[in-house]
Design a protein around this ligand. Structure first.
Ligand SMILES: Cc1cc2nc3c(=O)[nH]c(=O)nc-3n(C[C@H](O)[C@H](O)[C@H](O)COP(=O)(O)OP(=O)(O)OC[C@H]3O[C@@H](n4cnc5c(N)ncnc54)[C@H](O)[C@@H]3O)c2cc1C
Length: 398
């Protein structure tokens, strides 16, 4: 089914390149999970093959991948090792988003592109214990204060995926004097930057999503790189599809395992394998249905987003409704994929039976990992609310 969505030679070549890492990543996944160990070696391999710069524009040294191209790879990586995929996914997402929208000053973007070209990785550090998910609009407790020509930042961010390996933290902070949120580009070696290893969870255990602690971190004036101003109260960001793509990959791995099991498990109560049984075939068919629905939703949203952004590049000014429709398409895809992933793993476990509960069985890891998708943005209730808001808004206008 995935093959339906592979459209170009460039995508095919990259999938072949990734496939060279499949065996090693899959082999290490269990240990990464058991030890809650950050997959440093995997990230290095991905830096080495240039995965970290696939979404950097071509003229700046990258591959210039669109969201659509990138999710194909991200899904594949998710099927090898979810933790590795999510950790690197944030870089691919952030770089894609930054250079598509050119949020920063040109000089800063050019300088940072050189870093990405050399393999630097980045993530947004926005969540905090007190605010919860930043998507709900809470004000950061992390504070930025001017000190002459500098900024001084103090605070603590939670859930910073990839923290042990990131070169840059794109960190939100409350600028007290101006009463607004700003994003600051912070290099890992800046004095006052520390990681506190707080990530002790049951899902995506290898993502190193620890706390980032900022203590009197002094930055240059130019390190305030973004001051968000979403006049319409939302942000159009199709790059977020990198996240559900990761969970789709995990679901695919569960499906592959269940098929392999069904084709080989042969209890002595039947002739042949359990793959011939109607109850098992029904579950397999339902898994395929879930995956197909999830893929059409994910790749459809990505395609629509890419087309809209192309129109914008060609001089079209997006209307509010056009933007809202795509925001909703992206949200719907995230909702559909993450929930399908949970269902797929559940059905795969029913096929395999009690053996799926063994600690050495990958299905129990997938079962835990896909739950994390629910708590990545946007959360399901937000998606549902925005759908209702748009339909009511459109109804009022007509
Ligand atoms: C694997 C993983 C990786 C992550 N990586 C990153 C990362 O790299 N960077 C980063 O910044 N964050 C990251 N996060 C954090 C994530 O984006 C969320 O901020 C975090 O999961 C907290 O969201 P929450 O919904 O649990 O928390 P909360 O927002 O505290 O919500 C808790 C509960 O309260 C409800 N609730 C809270 N506020 C409202 C409200 N205003 N309206 C309605 N309901 C509300 C929610 O529905 C939910 O039921 C990661 C999370 C996970 C699980």
């Amino acid at each position: 089914m995935k093959s339906l969505f592979i459209k170009t030679e460039k995508q095919r070549n990259w999938l072949e390149k990734l496939a060279l890492l499949e065996e090693e990543f899959k082999k290490n996944a269990q240990q990464i999970d058991e030890q809650s160990a950050f997959p440093h070696a995997h990230i290095q391999k991905l830096r080495d093959i240039g995965y970290t710069k696939i979404t950097l524009p071509k003229d700046l040294g990258g591959d210039g991948f669109t969201v659509y191209d990138a999710i194909l790879l991200q899904e594949t990586l998710g099927s090898y090792d979810g933790s590795t995929a999510l950790s690197i996914g944030w870089t691919v997402l952030t770089v894609g988003e930054l250079y598509e929208n050119r949020y920063w000053e040109p000089a800063k973007l050019t300088a940072f592109a050189k870093e990405v070209e050399k393999g630097a990785i980045i993530n947004r550090a926005v969540s905090e214990a007190a605010t919860g998910s930043p998507i709900r609009g809470g004000r950061p407790g992390t504070i930025a204060k001017r000190n002459g020509e500098n900024w001084v930042i103090n605070g603590r961010k939670s859930y910073t995926t990839g923290s042990l390996e990131l070169d840059y933290f794109l960190t939100s902070a409350w600028i007290e004097d101006e009463e607004k949120i700003g994003f600051f580009l912070i290099h890992k070696d800046t004095p006052g930057v520390a990681i506190e290893e707080t990530w002790d969870v049951i899902a995506m255990r290898g993502t190193g999503s620890h706390d980032l602690v900022l203590n009197e971190v002094r930055l240059d004036a130019s390190d305030l790189v973004e001051v968000p101003n979403y006049t319409t109260g939302f942000k159009l960001n199709g790059w977020l599809l990198m996240i559900p793509a990761t969970y789709l990959g995990i679901a695919q791995a569960a499906r592959d395992y269940a098929i392999q099991f069904a084709n080989t498990h042969s209890p002595n109560s039947i002739q042949g394998t359990i793959a011939s049984l109607p109850n098992v075939q029904a579950l397999l068919g339902e898994i395929e249905l879930e995956l197909a629905q999830a893929r059409f939703s994910l790749y459809g949203a990505a395609q629509s987003y890419v087309e809209l952004k192309n129109k914008e590049r060609n001089g079209h000014t997006l209307t509010e409704i056009e933007s809202l429709v795509i925001v909703n398409a992206v949200n719907v895809a995230k909702h559909a994929v993450t929930n399908a992933a949970i269902t797929v793993v559940d059905k795969a476990m029913r096929i395999v039976g009690a053996k799926s509960l063994q600690r050495t069985n990958p299905l129990q890891r997938y079962y835990r990992d896909v739950r994390a998708g629910l708590h990545n943005p946007p959360m399901d209730d937000i998606t549902i609310k925005k759908l209702a808001e748009l339909v009511l808004h459109q109804n009022k206008q007509s």
